[in-house]
Ligand binder design. Structure first.
Ligand code: NAP
Length: 288
């Protein structure tokens, strides 16, 4: 098998599907096998565990939720890894963990890249993700043709961990622009305006953002179906907080957004999309 894909959730499944449709042979594995089964109809082979998925694959992709999950996958596949294989972790996890893992696998002659993404489920389906890569340049050049099937802007950010640090910086901006969009819409509706018309009026101006234009309509419709889970942005903000504490820097907006997403989760929205943040704001403002 050319490629192994481990973790076929909201993001992993459509990304793996793009590689299959481009003509690559894939062996797939997911902890809950049902989530990988649809890919078999597309031509993938379903592996019974992570190690047998990875066995002999030239490139092994990982797309699971958190640092401990990637650690568990690495623990499973490491005994069967052999010189010359390339592991590409596309999950959003701790930069420090990626640095350690790259060093550990380098001793086996295995290349390791951290390549987290931004762009959500739509970006995964359409192959328009932003991909931020950390690791050895030769390994990056080797991965690039496959990454080009998944994303539009693919940037080598530097040594191992640099991809994750870039992604965490991205998440600070994502969380705060979502807060800005939700506050603007709440303010407009409290002021007696139709928030849909406000969105039309301001969506292409200086306040324009991906969050405003893509999640604004969902906030107005109270459509909280997940593209990106609240529980995952809470995980990302935890990773940012850990790194910010290591650097000893103050990020007051980060602290605010940690509280706001905790409140969103406490209201029962951990498995909803991040736009459910609006519910926490509505509660604070006592607006329906
Ligand atoms: P998800 O839907 O929860 O998918 C993760 C998948 O990984 C699940 O199907 C899970 O299996 C599987 N998994 C967990 N541990 C595993 C293991 N040890 N072995 C095999 N499979 C395992 O999450 P997602 O939205 O695809 O996110 C994946 C990563 O991408 C996260 O790090 C997230 O922060 C990042 N990301 C997400 C988005 C987005 O919009 N969703 C955007 C950018 C980046 P189970 O079904 O058994 O739980």
């Amino acid at each position: 098998m050319e490629i192994a894909w481990i973790g076929t959730g909201i993001m992993g499944a459509p990304m793996a599907r793009r590689l299959i449709r481009a003509g690559h042979r894939l062996r797939v594995f997911n902890r809950t096998p049902e989530k990988a089964r649809a890919l078999v109809n597309d031509g993938a082979v379903l592996a019974s565990d992570a190690a047998s998925a990875a066995n002999d694959a030239r490139t092994i992709f990982i797309m699971v939720p958190d640092t401990a999950d990637v650690e568990a996958v690495i623990g499973k596949i490491q005994p069967s890894l052999t010189r010359g294989q390339l592991v590409v972790d596309m999950s959003t996890v701790a930069p420090e963990f990626e640095r350690r893992t790259a060093e550990q696998l380098a001793q086996l002659g295995v290349d390791y890249l951290d390549a987290p993404v931004s762009g959500g489920e739509t970006g995964a389906i359409e192959g328009t993700l932003t991909i931020m890569v950390g690791g050895d340049e030769a390994a990056f050049n080797r991965a690039r043709p496959l990454l080009e099937l998944l994303g539009k802007r693919i940037t080598h950010m530097g040594a191992s961990g640099a991809g994750q640090t870039t992604k965490l910086a991205n998440q600070i901006a994502v969380a705060l622009t979502l807060e800005a969009a939700a506050e603007a819409l709440l303010f407009a509706s409290k002021g007696g305006l139709d928030p849909g018309r406000v969105l039309e009026a301001i969506g292409a101006g200086a306040a324009s953002s991906w969050q405003l234009n893509n999640l604004g309509p969902k906030i107005i419709a109270k459509d909280y179906r997940p593209g990106f889970f609240v529980k995952l942005i809470r995980k990302d903000l935890r990773l940012v907080t850990e790194a910010a504490n290591q650097h000893g820097i103050a990020l007051p907006g980060l602290n605010l957004m940690t509280s706001m997403f905790n409140a969103t989760a406490a209201l029962g929205h951990d498995l909803d999309g991040t736009q459910a943040l609006a519910e926490a704001l509505l509660k604070l403002a006592t607006v329906e």
